[in-house]
Design a protein around this ligand. Structure first.
Ligand SMILES: C[S@@+](CC[C@H](N)C(=O)[O-])C[C@H]1O[C@@H](n2cnc3c(N)ncnc32)[C@H](O)[C@@H]1O
Length: 177
């Protein structure tokens, strides 16, 4: 069985091509950025707020198509001035680093709203969500927000493990118009 992160990559893969513009909204160790770059896209913006994580990951990724941004994803509209094909958020904290530095409901919702606006028609966004104790509030806030979106404008699916309460899950979104 593929991990939920691999499934999120599968969901995005269909919209990647050599001119694709992508956003990794939670850079962390850079695994999602690596996935985009391996698919030979044109540009990957990577957002991260934790300096030590940011510096380490940026020094490991030597690729001219990578645009690292040391700022919160809630400010992505200040940096991304073009339509985007694919966006990924992998919420929570970076394993191995300060677990107190994690995504939070307010800024996550601000960022998701901006990301949906930046997405081009037929563009896709993957949200990898961790509904354990610390992530539960964020998970609920994200679902409440997404449930209200117009189903003619966005196709939104949820892929989850039914027989496990706190397992990470995927929300996949395609912009329809
Ligand atoms: C689960 S990790 C991401 C894992 C990453 N995609 C990878 O492949 O390693 C979440 C990351 O989001 C970062 N983060 C938390 N709040 C953020 C924000 N507002 N904007 C950008 N990054 C944020 C954390 O510092 C952490 O590194």
């Amino acid at each position: 069985m593929k991990s939920i992160v691999d499934q999120s990559h599968d969901f995005l893969k269909d919209v990647l091509h050599k001119g694709a513009i992508c956003i990794d909204a939670t850079l962390g160790w850079g695994k999602d950025t690596d996935f985009f770059l391996k698919n030979n896209v044109r540009k990957v913006y990577g957002f991260e707020i934790q300096q030590v994580v940011f510096e380490q990951t940026v020094s490991n990724i030597k690729d001219s198509h990578f645009v690292p941004v040391f700022d919160g994803h809630q400010n992505m509209d200040a940096y991304v001035k073009e339509e985007v094909d694919a966006i990924i958020f992998n919420f929570g904290y970076c394993p191995g680093f300060d677990s107190q530095v994690k995504t939070n409901p307010k800024t996550s919702l601000e960022a998701i709203e901006k990301a949906l606006y930046l997405l081009k028609k037929k563009g896709r966004m993957a949200l990898v969500i961790y509904p354990h104790e610390e992530g539960r509030e964020e998970s609920k806030a994200i679902e409440m927000y997404l449930k209200k979106l117009d189903s003619h404008a966005f196709y939104i699916e949820k892929r989850t493990q039914l027989n496990h309460d706190h397992s990470p899950y995927l929300i996949g979104i395609e912009k329809l118009k």
